[in-house]
Design a binder for this molecule. Structure first.
Ligand code: FES
Length: 167
């Protein structure tokens, strides 16, 4: 659990306090702390003068706005139809075997979380996952092992479209 401190105020100053600023503010908090605490959501509600239920409703609707502790690397496995038909189950099995956690869980060293998500827009290259914001597509169990090993060894991993893992 983190202290939200002045972050909500700073983000509200930056994005404004209108209802449409809610998403960028929540994203800003997740960028910094990886997930949203109840305290952070209440603080956002206070700052924007909207109900905490509205903030919570928005946060829980978007799977990218995590409301529980996540690892440094959040692996989002697309569970929508094309990826499901193209081997999503094997991808999840490989990740679970490798990281020794189940979907929804985080490794004890807080490095990796596995979550499922709806379509991430790479259906034409299914199955696809995102690790934080980087997409990896046309995956096979072997490719997944290679990608995760790279993260474990802190190598630079190139995403499907040339994106580099931050660090
Ligand atoms: S169905 Fe998986 S990326 Fe669209």
């Amino acid at each position: 659990m983190y202290q939200v401190g002045n972050l909500v105020k700073e983000l509200s100053d930056k994005h404004g306090r209108a209802r449409e600023s809610l998403m960028p503010i929540l994203q800003g908090i997740v960028e910094k702390h990886n997930y949203l605490t109840d305290e952070a959501m209440v603080e956002v509600a206070r700052e924007l003068d909207i109900s905490a239920a509205e903030v919570y409703g928005t946060a829980s609707f978007y799977t990218f706005l995590d409301t529980s502790v996540r690892g440094k690397y959040v692996i989002r496995v697309c569970k929508t139809i094309t990826c499901s038909m193209k081997g999503k189950a094997e991808i999840i099995q490989t990740l679970e075997d490798m990281l020794k956690i189940k979907v929804g869980e985080t490794t004890s060293d807080k490095m990796f979380s596995i979550v499922e998500t709806n379509c991430i827009g790479w259906c034409h290259k299914a199955p696809a996952i995102l690790i934080n914001e980087i997409p990896y597509t046309e995956l096979t169990p072997e490719k997944v092992v290679e990608v995760i090993k790279g993260y474990m060894q802190k190598k630079i991993i190139t995403g499907t479209h040339g994106e580099k893992r931050a660090k």
